[in-house]
Design a protein around this ligand. Sequence first.
Ligand code: UGA
Length: 372
Amino acid sequence: MANRRVIIVGCGGYIGSHLIDRLLEDNSFEIFGFDISSHKIARHLGNPKLHFTEGLIDAGNTETVLRPALETADLVISLAAVCQPAEYVKNPLLTIQSNFIDAYRLVDLCAKTGTWLIHASTCEVYGRTIDSYLPDHSYDDPRLFEQIEDETPLVMGPVVNQRWTYATAKALLERYIYANHTELGLPFTIFRPYNWFGPRMDFIPGRDGEGVPRVLACFMKAMLEDQPMQLVDDGTARRTITYIGDAIDAIMAMLARPERAKSRIFNIGNRDNETTIADLALMMREVYAEITGLERYREHPIETVGSGEFYGPGYEDCDRRVPDLTRAERHLGWTAKVGLRETMERTMRYFHAAYADDVAVKDRSDLAGISP
Ligand code: UGA
């Protein structure tokens, strides 16, 4: 059978790099990848099944750059995004630009050519839970916090809280995709990731990136550089953390069952892996002590910091994210398998191997078997 031809916009990022690992391993795909950087996929650049083009795909050049590949593509996967919360409040225009304006022309092009678009959205489109706005806020009633794809309202905060620039841009793109589907017949699938953790996520500031990454890299940086881990607003926010390998399984299940995946929005998460951010910090100290063999990490300092101080004005947090996963199970035959502790062990082993050499972590454990 001929290879399926897949365009991936944003192929060089964290999710793209793991997806490319898997697509190349599968051997039945030919990939046309586009991104502004390629260091996370550097080891694949010589592979004849990966055709990589470096550069930003934006509203102005989508048609000219992508049209030739689209003429023969079976599907497009769009992964490009600015997705660090610190950017949403510091660079709201960039956030809207990246997550809506640079992206909507791709939707047009897929609608015009009738090409299946698989789009990475975010669980953040649900915003805050309804429960969090109630005076007797208690999480007693799952109907007020569980997130069901086609039922749960999307609850964004006020415009002056620019945290929501990202969620609103992502939600508008979802609506744009859906409108193209209903009016023009665009074949689509949207998935909403729930805190996918794993090797190569984000960057360590000052080493391979600048700015404030998401919580995993922030806590890793703190331990690698002997600084306190900082809990924003006491770390009471909750997240459900999904191992990247499980998440990639879900995308592969979409590719294996196009007719079940098409015309649907999927939550892709692991509700068994729910934790407060404060508990995540405690677990990461324990895991890092085991990885390094250094007991002192069990007592690594943790301090609290206000969100205004940490992110600047305009930050507001998502309080809790519990996905309903019935649809992913029913149509994709998919459930996440890797527990929270195992997720953190696998992920932190990678961060240790990748970053600990040039800092004061001397007592390295056996790193054999760590994926790059
Ligand atoms: C982000 C994106 O906005 C989502 O779109 C995306 O789906 C999600 O990451 C993801 O990784 O899937 P969020 O979970 O809020 O959402 O991002 P993080 O920066 O990882 O923050 C998680 C929690 O940790 C927040 O409560 C934040 O305030 C807290 N945090 C972050 C700390 O307590 N300390 C830190 O050093 C950094």
